[in-house]
Each structure stands twice: as structure tokens, then as C-alpha cells.
Write a protein that binds this ligand. Structure first.
Ligand SMILES: Nc1ncnc2c1ncn2[C@@H]1O[C@H](COP(=O)(O)OP(=O)(O)OP(=O)(O)O)[C@@H](O)[C@H]1O
Length: 565
């Protein structure tokens, strides 16, 4: 999904569109006005560049520049036609695969994988060699050769759509396949496919010119940029200017298309997968105020801005708070109120596209606006993310990923790290923990992955644990187990916790203090008792309290303590 706040009109897009607009104008008007200069045989053979013939003339006395400009039309038309074949059929096949029965789908996906292993140009060469050389052959060869690549990407994207709740529901309700494709699949995939289409256009242009260059594409008397390049070979040393024109136009056209593709890709939503990344350092990595300030975390006047016209959009408006060692602070607020941005900035992570400004963001002695040492960061701060699906790399086994921090930053050996992790997994209720370490993330359920992530974050006994809605996806019993783990961590190691939740019921007993956020501001700071007795002053907090059924965490923990040692 595109980010509406981010301007589409980047310099790259403007330059790319301008280049393609100029080429389109050339393609339209050059054949109307320069046909004679380009095609008429004259006695002015092999002239060097001059004010009359900017790129000189060829061996038949034809003006090289006029021929290049006239050839632009055929080159662009062939490229458009071949790209349309690749994109059209690729889209149909990619979608059909996911609407087909499982056996057909599996076979088609394997077939596509085999086909994409062959470079497009080789496939095109084989097709062009079988058919009679000519413009139509070049179009068919390039168009057909580009289908598997486009179909493969479409199939990958379509697979993600088929997993979405809205698609499953629509299928369940009996929406016919054609409607599933047009209403659900194509709109969801439109943006990445548009970006891919511009890349296909650029590569088709170069490859179709290559086919003509080697004599399998356009044949005389027709000519395109590739065949003009070929013509220039005979006199490359005596008349190099003849090669310059077609070469420059091929490069300019493909750069134009790539710039448009890049700009569209950059405009695509930067948080489709929620990626938090380290930021550019601001100031000294060590914050000396830690000596006189007993708080573990100190945030002063934090502002997070989405850059844009008119100074951009401020998403977090001057937030200040502190967390003492061992303190559990809750942040509650509705979706989009700035909870995650605030917490991730405290961890020194925030989306790249946002600008972060603050008087201070300190954790221990680390200035989180700068770049603290990675070993210190890994030991001092742990994060439990909202989405367990994206936390683990799908291609690596759980064991390698879960023991990484222990091995790298706590200097534990492989065996010892595995034993510590297996124990931690067992404590969050994961059965057969040793076997789990040898499994891949997809072999675990979402709830298990979430619990694995939680156990991973507590094994290093960090000073600060940032938990971004860690229990949202878990059932109540597991929620309680997890909260109990967090409590034990605080009791044993004095870990402070920044606990983000939508659910004021969960935070009320679990946290020592609760910050209520609304629209990027902390609107109220509450003691748990105030939540319990509804002694709150801000209308938004009252609304939150009225909206959420309250879970008595204390009671639940007490109840499960009785059954669990
Ligand atoms: N990378 C980004 N680019 C642009 N806007 C962003 C980005 N990240 C967050 N936002 C916007 O900032 C606001 C606060 O987002 P944030 O993720 O902090 O909310 P939240 O309170 O954690 O919500 P949720 O509970 O749904 O996760 C939202 O309007 C969100 O759309």
C-alpha cells in the first residue's frame, strides 16, 4: 500500500518521466518530419559530424541522427508490445496458479522455477532462431521469454494474498475465481507489479535491441536502435559517431524506465513489513548524565516526524518520561497513538524514513540517539515484537537464531546456549524444547513462535525489556504465563519493562505506572489503583476503561501459581 503522506513526486520520478516523455515525442514526431533525411540515399556518404549532420552520415549518405530518431518509434513500440505480452500472460499465469487445484499449482510452480533458471535472453534467442527473423519475431521471442519471470513474482505475491483473512473469507463465501482475482488479488499486488513492469520494460528494451544487433530482430529495410548499432559496426573506427546515437538512446530510455520504477518502489509503503532499523547517530554514544540521574531510562521532549512538505507531519509530539531500574511501565492507547514509535526510539530503532529529535533518549549510559556499542545494546535491551511471524528468519532453524545472542554477546558455547534456551523454552510452556530448537520457524505455531521470542528476550537478563503488545496473539492462560515470566525476570535480575498494550485491563495490575497515549501525546500518567477505581481525569482514558473488559491478571497469576510450581 502506498504511503499517502509521502510525496510521489521525487526527483527520480520527475527525471524518469521527463526522459520517457521526450522519447515519446521523438517517437511520435521524428518519423513524420525526418523520414526523408533518414531514408533517402544521397551522395553525402560517410560524412563526419558537422553542423548539417550532427552525427555524420552513413555509407548510403543517410543522416545518422535522423535515422536514430526515426528508429526510436519502432524500438519503443516493439518494447511495449513485448513487455505487454510478458506482463499480461505473466499476470494471468501467476494468478491462475493460486486459483488452481493444489496438484496443478505445485506442478506449475516447479515448472516456473525451472523456466526462470534460464536467462531471458537465451530463451529469446532460441525462440528467435526457430522463427523467421523480423520485428514480430523479436516481439514474440522477448515477450514469451519474459513470461516466466513475471509469472513467478505474481505467484509469490498471490500466495501472500491467499493467506490473508479477507481472501480466505471471500473464498469461503463462494466468491467466484474471476472475482477473487479482480477484486482481491490484482489490487493487492498492483503496486509491486507496477514497479516490476517498469523493470521489465527497461530490460526488454535492451534485450530486444540486442536481438536486432545480432541480426535476429528487425530486418532491412526496417530499422530499430539495435540494428542501427549493428550497422555502425563496419565503420566503428572511421565513423564512431554513428554508434553514439543508438547507444545513447537505448541507455536513456532504460534509465528513464528504471528511475520511474525506483521512485514507485520508494513510494510503496515503507512499513508493509514492519521493519525497525538503526538510525543515523546523533551525538556522543555515552550519556554522562546517567551518573547523577538514578532513572534507567530518560526520555525528554521526543518528537518523531515524517518528513514532507511544510515541515512534514509530526507523529509523536514531545513525549517525556522516565523508567527506574526494575520498574514496569505500561503504555496504553489506541492503534496509531504512537506507542511503538516511542518504544522503538527508546531501543534506538525507528523506521528509516522518519526523523527523530529529542532533548535526550538515554538507557543506562547509552545515548539512544547515537550508536551505542552493539554488545552493550544486545545485553542491556531486549525487545519482544508485536508480530511473531516476521521475527525469525524462515530459512534458519530456531536453535541457531535463539542462541545467537548468548553465543555472541554472553560468550556461551553452543552446547551451553542450547541448554539455556531449551530450559527457557520449557519455562514458557513449549513442549519438547530440544526438538523445537532443530525445527524451522514455520514448523511452530504463531503462539509458539511468540513464546520462543519471549524466552529469547529474557535469557540475557537485560536491564530493559521492551515488549510491544507481546501477549495480544496469545490465549489468556499463556498470557498469564508470559506475564509471570516477565515478573520473575524483574524479581531475579531487576529488569525494567516497557510494556505496550491496547489493553488497559492487562496493564492495570501488571505495571507499576501506566502512561496513556493519544494522538502522539502522553495525556495522562496513572497509578494502577487509579485504573482499578476508575479515578482518571482524561476523557480518553475513561473511554479506554469503559471499552475494555478488565482481566484480573493478579488473580489469574495467583490461580496458575497454584497449579504450576
Ligand atoms: N515508518 C512510518 N512511516 C510513516 N508513518 C508511520 C511510520 N511508522 C508509524 N507511522 C505512523 O505513526 C503513527 C503512530 O504509529 P505507531 O506504530 O507508533 O502506533 P501504535 O500506537 O504503536 O499503534 P499499534 O498499536 O497499531 O501498533 C501512526 O499514524 C502510524 O501510521
Amino acid at each position: 500500500m502506498a504511503n499517502p503522506k509521502r510525496s510521489l513526486w521525487s526527483p527520480g520520478l520527475i527525471v524518469g518521466l521527463a526522459l520517457l516523455a521526450v522519447l515519446t515525442l521523438i517517437a511520435i514526431f521524428a518519423p513524420m518530419f525526418l523520414q526523408d533525411a533518414a531514408n533517402d540515399l544521397t551522395d553525402n556518404r560517410g560524412l563526419p559530424p558537422s553542423s548539417e549532420h550532427w552525427l555524420g552520415t552513413n555509407n548510403f549518405g543517410q543522416d545518422n541522427l535522423a535515422r536514430v530518431l526515426v528508429a526510436t518509434r519502432l524500438t519503443l513500440l516493439m518494447t511495449l508490445a513485448a513487455s505487454a505480452i510478458s506482463i499480461g500472460f505473466g499476470l494471468l499465469i501467476g494468478i491462475a496458479i493460486w486459483l488452481a487445484p493444489t496438484k496443478v499449482r505445485e506442478f506449475s510452480l516447479r515448472l516456473l522455477e525451472t523456466m526462470v533458471a534460464y536467462p531471458t535472453l537465451i530463451t529469446a534467442l532460441i525462440i528467435a532462431a526457430i522463427l523467421q527473423p523480423g520485428a514480430m519475431t523479436a516481439i514474440i521471442a522477448m515477450g514469451v521469454a519474459g513470461i516466466p519471470g513475471f509469472a513467478r513474482v505474481t505467484a509469490n505475491l498471490a500466495q501472500q494474498v491467499t493467506k490473508s483473512d479477507y481472501f480466505v473469507t471471500a473464498k469461503f463465501l463462494g466468491v467466484p475465481p474471476s472475482k477473487l482475482a479482480t477484486r482481491h488479488m490484482i489490487p493487492s499486488m498492483a503496486e509491486p507489479l507496477l514497479v516490476l513492469s517498469t523493470t521489465i520494460f527497461a530490460s526488454t528494451l535492451v534485450e530486444i535491441s540486442a536481438l536486432s544487433f545480432i541480426g535476429l530482430g528487425v530486418q532491412p529495410p526496417q530499422y530499430d536502435l539495435g540494428s542501427l548499432l549493428n550497422d555502425s559496426l563496419d565503420s566503428l573506427y572511421t565513423q564512431p559517431a554513428e554508434a553514439v546515437g543508438p547507444a545513447v538512446l537505448i541507455v536513456v530510455a532504460s534509465i528513464g524506465a528504471m528511475l520511474i520504477g525506483d521512485a514507485l518502489a520508494a513510494h510503496a509503503n515503507p512499513r508493509t513489513t514492519r521493519v525497525w532499523s538503526p538510525r543515523k547517530p546523533q551525538g556522543n554514544p555515552i550519556d554522562n548524565t546517567a551518573q547523577e540521574d538514578t532513572a534507567l531510562v530518560r526520555v525528554e521532549d521526543l518528537r518523531v516526524t515524517m518528513p514532507g512538505e511544510g515541515g512534514g507531519t509530526e507523529l509523536v509530539h514531545g513525549v517525556s518520561f522516565s523508567i527506574d531500574p526494575g520498574e514496569i511501565i505500561g503504555i496504553v492507547g489506541e492503534s496509531g497513538s504512537g506507542k511503538s514509535l516511542t518504544a522503538m526510539t527508546v531501543a534506538g530503532l525507528a523506521p528509516d524514513n522518519l526523523s527523530i529529535n529529542a532533548e535526550r533518549v538515554r538507557v543506562g549510559t547509552m545515548n539512544m540517539l547515537s550508536t551505542p556499542r552493539p554488545e552493550e545494546l544486545a545485553k542491556e535491551i531486549s525487545i519482544v515484537y508485536q508480530d511473531p511471524g516476521t521475527t525469525f528468519s524462515p530459512s534458519l532453524k530456531m536453535g541457531g537464531q535463539l542462541t545467537e545472542v548468548l553465543r555472541k554477546h554472553a560468550n556461551k558455547g553452543k552446547k551451553e546456549s542450547r541448554a539455556i534456551m531449551a530450559d527457557a523454552l520449557e519455562r514458557v510452556g513449549i513442549d519438547r524444547p530440544h526438538d523445537r530448537l532443530d525445527q524451522h520457524p514455520h514448523e511452530l505455531s504463531g503462539g509458539m513462535r511468540q513464546r520462543a521470542m519471549i524466552s529469547n528476550s529474557v535469557v540475557t537478563s537485560p536491564s530493559l525489556l521492551i515488549a510491544d503488545e507481546p501477549t495480544t496473539a496469545l490465549d489468556v492462560t499463556v498470557q498469564v504465563d508470559v506475564l509471570r515470566q516477565f515478573r520473575k525476570l524483574r524479581e531475579k535480575h531487576g529488569t525494567a519493562i516497557l510494556f505496550i498494550s491496547h489493553d488497559i485491563g492487562v496493564v492495570q495490575e501488571f505495571c507499576d505506572r501506566v502512561l496513556v497515549m493519544e494522538k502522539g501525546r502522553i495525556v495522562e500518567e496513572l497509578q494502577p489503583d487509579q485504573i482499578r477505581t476508575h479515578d482518571v481525569s482524561h476523557p480518553y482514558t475513561r473511554q479506554l476503561l469503559e471499552a475494555v473488559p478488565v482481566l484480573d491478571v493478579e488473580q489469574e497469576i495467583a490461580a496458575t501459581e497454584k497449579v504450576r510450581p
